[in-house]
Design a binder for this molecule. Structure first.
Ligand SMILES: *Cc1c(COP(=O)(O)O)cnc(C)c1O
Length: 947
């Protein structure tokens, strides 16, 4: 048999990787939806006047091999030197067991935020390990998991101090030895809130005029100081003491809790997380138990399930923005969970002895380095230090810095006459000898016997990491299996669709993920000279240009580390613009009631007043109410914040009117871009009248969700706002993150997605996302009410189904349905947002017809179970919905239920062979908040909670 050219099938990789339904499946689906073609469906769904004029064109899409080849070339333009710059970023060794089993394992990186605790016990335990580690190392009772970076954690600590301090003082004191980027971000955060910042020497602290003060330990230039007297001074005036501490140093040094600190913050980057040119890594915050309710970020806690067994969950959620909106403790939502997991495992992997040994080795090397410099006549600025020294070099600064670069080493210029050197876990004898050569010293490292340079009273005396989890067998077999066991407890995208409305849980393809681990992206320090990061610059420029094309904006800032940070940065740029036009008094922000909770929380952070706007009966913004409020506040209108397509999953035709009204009354338009997955290639927020938007690269642009972070929330702005974008954290004003480009080591993922999809591929993804949502809406129609459709009866990329009627008809809650979906092998859709008692379903383009059908079958099966309660066939309380989820333990125990094991454990949608079994029954939320425990419970209490 021979092949003729027409036998070869078209083989379009670019589209097939990301687009679930095959062409043949799409034909069947369009039939169900009742559309003649995909084009016809899109024409039905998107009003003409909001369609973009020109198609997206990014040239020919790349294949995976072309992409990886191209990436290697660009990566090779980054010059990987040994950076001893310190300043909060350190070389670290990621244990290969953690790199392979966590960082590069989709079971961990594709998971969602653990809002559904029953399918999240693995990552919740890993995060609890992280919290226990932080709490132990800092000597404070309760820690969160986690914050975006150290600088934003410092700013969060400041605003938290203001919330809890029992003094009316308006000032906040910042130790001049804090890292410069921490000071910069604190200043940005303080300005719109009217907090008066004093930067000075700790000796000059006047505790009577401040509500709090922050100190760095060890100081940014390396020296060690016991802050106990400062903490006492602050407490005498009822002010709050904060210490930003390097957690590795705390394995040897006196911990913040022992100094009397109320809050400790810092970065856990050096616990095995590559620097990545600035991120992502997890910052930490720890505090006293009594301040737990005021803490920002997520806190994992211990509770019990319906059988009284121990179960983990996110505690104190009532503090968060999705409940409290502008009164929330912060706008922190997505926040570096995957990196916290890695850091926690690093501590599990090394244990307290291992960590102490690493810290001692670094200190010994630093002492040796200092000794060599002193012997050669250089003056080392401080007598006591941990891993950082500052050397006086007078006029030699530039020459030494340059010789160091020639030796392959980046040092830190301090002022005009000093050089800072920070050693780390990667430092070898060769490194020290190379540094000496840069100073003109020819020495061998072994010539010196180092002395300790830590004062007696600063040596740590308390235990840490005593829990058995930090003392497991050190053979890798045990570690590997522990990581596997935890991963198996969780339901991530590697097992099933995660149909979360608004959160766009789509494929994070393997080829996109690979460059993240390459040294050329992973090992760069954020404060190296730009000419060593030419590959990053090329990527950032090209990705920014593409995102401008996608959004219709004129410039992009990559600085925000999450969507909520993007909101904050965008609102700051609006505020800056108003100030520049002598309109600095404008402080009213119109926000629809249906907005994501981070919107009002971010508006609050820039010191604005939130004025809520009603929704009309069809779910659109109530235009009359909007106009009335814009008119009423015309003199002070700063902005409106809207989401497009709306959080109700509809392309509102009135969006251009909303923008026009806002502009007519002197306000600026913020369009929340979390729903860009419904727009890319079809419609652009910049064309609709938006002045600024954030993009959730961890939603629309394929960065994995990581179980609650990392993320990237870059903002696009129109020309007139460019001057007001965040400045560089080391040199400029208005920085919102510690690093100029936020978490840049994630950017290869989004860039690769654009390069491999091309303009057509990205547009096709949007079209199929809309098809998939309409297919689900159609299949569920009749069984469930689909709330909010466009005028032609179509939904956008997500749909909201109403489960409120079942509360009356069968006493079935939205929770019961969500938990029953676990038995079917699914993560629940978004619950009760934007409307309480509803489910918002977003399938994304990544899911194929079979998976969509499995989900619809599960939902229809659940509806039939509800009907059995309604018509009295099933028991009103003892039924599969209210007992959900069912565990394997339930299956094998005495079965005393009025329905069969088969019905209980294998509902429609559940796989037979590959059945997902949750590790716990339904988790009791109230119990956990009433009995707050946020560190690993002792081993011997493992069965205690049971009855
Ligand atoms: C996810 C989301 C945000 C917040 O993004 P984070 O990265 O979690 O901070 C804001 N608005 C909407 C509509 C979202 O869906």
């Amino acid at each position: 048999m021979t092949f003729t050219p027409t036998d070869y099938l078209p083989y379009d990789f670019a589209n097939r990787r990301h687009i679930g339904p095959s062409p043949a499946e799409m034909v069947q689906m369009l039939k169900v939806v009742g559309a003649a073609s995909l084009d016809a469906l899109i024409d039905d769904t998107l009003p003409k006047k909001i369609r973009q004029a020109k198609p997206l064109d990014f040239g020919k899409p790349m294949s995976e091999r072309e992409l990886l080849h191209h990436m290697k070339i660009v990566a090779s333009k980054n010059i990987v030197l040994t950076s001893l710059i310190g300043q909060g970023y350190h070389g670290t060794v990621t244990p290969p067991a953690i790199q392979r089993n966590i960082l590069e394992n989709p079971a961990w990186y594709t998971a969602y935020t653990p809002y559904q605790p029953e399918i999240s016990q693995g990552r919740l335990e890993a995060l609890l390990n992280f919290q226990t580690m932080v709490s132990d190392l800092t000597g404070l009772e309760i820690a969160n998991a986690s914050l975006l970076d150290e600088a934003t954690a410092c700013a969060e600590a400041m605003t938290m101090a203001q919330r809890v301090a029992k003094t009316k003082a308006k000032g906040f004191f910042v130790d001049e030895n804090c890292h410069p980027q921490n000071i910069a971000v604190i200043k940005t955060r303080a300005a719109p809130l009217g907090i008066e910042i004093t930067v000075g020497k700790p000796d000059d602290l006047d505790a009577s005029v401040v509500f709090g003060a922050i100190f760095q330990f060890p100081g940014t230039y390396g020296h060690l100081r016991d802050f106990t007297p400062e903490m006492e001074k602050l407490h005498a005036t009822k002010a709050i003491g904060i210490i930003a501490a390097d957690p590795l140093s705390l394995t040897l040094l006196k911990e913040p809790g022992a100094m009397g600190a109320d809050i400790a913050v810092g970065s856990t980057q050096r616990f095995g997380v590559p620097v990545g040119y600035g991120g992502p890594h997890a910052a930490y915050m720890a505090t006293k138990q009594s301040y737990a309710r005021s803490m920002p970020g997520r806190i994992v806690g211990v509770s019990i399930d319906s059988h009284g067994n121990r179960a983990y969950r996110l505690s104190l959620q009532t503090r968060e923005q999705h409940i409290r909106r502008e009164k929330a403790t912060s706008n922190v939502c997505t926040a570096q969970a995957l990196l916290a997991v890695m850091a926690g495992f690093y501590a599990v992997f090394h244990g307290p002895e291992g960590l102490r040994a690493i810290a001692q080795r670094i200190h010994r090397k630093t002492a040796r380095l200092a000794e060599g410099l002193k012997m050669a006549g250089f003056q080392v600025a401080h007598v006591t230090f941990f891993d950082t020294i500052t050397v006086d070099v007078g006029p030699l600064q530039a020459a030494v810095m340059k010789s160091a670069v020639d030796e392959g080493i980046n040092l830190r210029a301090v002022g005009d006459t000093q050089i800072g050197i920070t050693l780390d876990e990667r430092t070898r004898s060769d490194t020290i000898e190379a540094v000496w050569r840069a100073f003109g010293i020819e020495r061998a490292d072994k010539d010196y016997t180092p002395h300790y340079h830590v004062p007696e009273k600063l040596i740590r005396t308390s235990d840490y990491l005593t829990h058995p989890v930090f003392h497991m067998n050190r053979a890798e077999t045990e570690m590997m299996r522990y990581m596997r066991r935890l991963a198996d407890r969780d339901l991530a995208l590697d097992r099933a669709m995660i149909p979360l409305g608004s959160c766009t849980m789509k494929l994070n393809s393997a080829a996109e993920m690979m460059p993240v681990s390459w040294d050329e992206f992973a090992l760069l320090h954020p404060y190296i000279p730009r000419d060593q990061a030419a590959g990053y610059m090329e990527m950032i420029d090209d990705l920014s240009a593409k995102l401008c094309d996608v959004t219709g904006y004129d410039a992009i800032s990559m600085q925000p580390n999450s969507g909520a940070q993007g909101e904050y940065a965008g609102l700051l740029s609006i505020a800056g613009y108003h100030r520049a036009n002598d309109q600095g008094h404008r402080n009213i922000c119109l926000i629809p009631m249906s907005a994501h909770g981070t919107n009002p929380a971010s508006a609050h952070m820039v010191g604005w007043k939130v004025v809520p706007v009603q929704s009309a009966a069809n779910g659109d913004i109530d235009l009359d109410d909007f106009r009335a409020k814009a008119e009423q506040h015309a003199d002070n209108l700063a902005a409106c914040m809207i989401t497009y397509p709306s959080t109700h999953g509809v392309f509102e035709e009135t969006v251009t009117d909303v923008c026009q009204i806002t502009h007519d009354h002197g306000g600026q338009v913020y369009i929340d871009g979390a729903n860009m997955n419904a727009m890319v290639g079809l419609s652009r927020p910049g064309d609709l009248g938006g002045d600024v938007s954030h993009l959730n690269l961890h939603k629309t642009f394929c960065i994995p969700h990581g179980g609650g972070g990392p993320g990237m929330g870059p903002i696009g702005v129109k020309e007139h706002l460019i001057a007001h974008l965040p400045g560089d954290p080391t040199t400029g004003d208005g920085a919102v993150s510690a690093a100029a480009f936020g978490s840049p080591s994630l950017l290869p993922i989004s860039w690769a997605y654009c390069l491999m999809m091309g303009g057509d591929g990205l547009t096709q993804a949007t079209r199929v996302a809309i098809l998939n949502a309409n297919y689900i809406a159609k299949r569920l129609e009749g069984a469930f009410d689909v709330l909010y459709k466009g005028p032609t009866g179509r939904v956008a990329h997500e749909c909201i189904i109403d489960t409120r009627p079942f509360a009356d008809s069968a006493h079935v809650s939205v929770d019961d349905i969500a938990k029953r979906l676990i038995d079917c092998g699914f993560h629940a859709p978004t619950m009760s947002f934007p409307i309480a008692g509803t489910l918002m379903i977003e399938p994304t383009e990544s899911e194929n017809k079979a998976e969509l059908d499995r989900f619809c079958d599960a939902m229809l099966g659940i509806r039939a179970e509800i009907a059995e309660i309604e018509n009295g066939t099933a028991h009103p309380k003892n039924n599969p919905l209210m007992n959900a989820p069912h565990t394997m333990e339930d299956l094998v125990k005495d079965w005393d239920r009025p329905y069969s094991r088969e019905v209980g454990c294998f509902p429609a949608g559940a796989f037979r062979v590959d059945k997902y079994w949750p590790s716990v029954n339904r988790v009791d939320n109230v119990w956990g908040d009433r009995n707050l425990t946020c560190t690993c419970p002792p081993m011997d209490t493992y069965s205690e909670a049971a009855e």
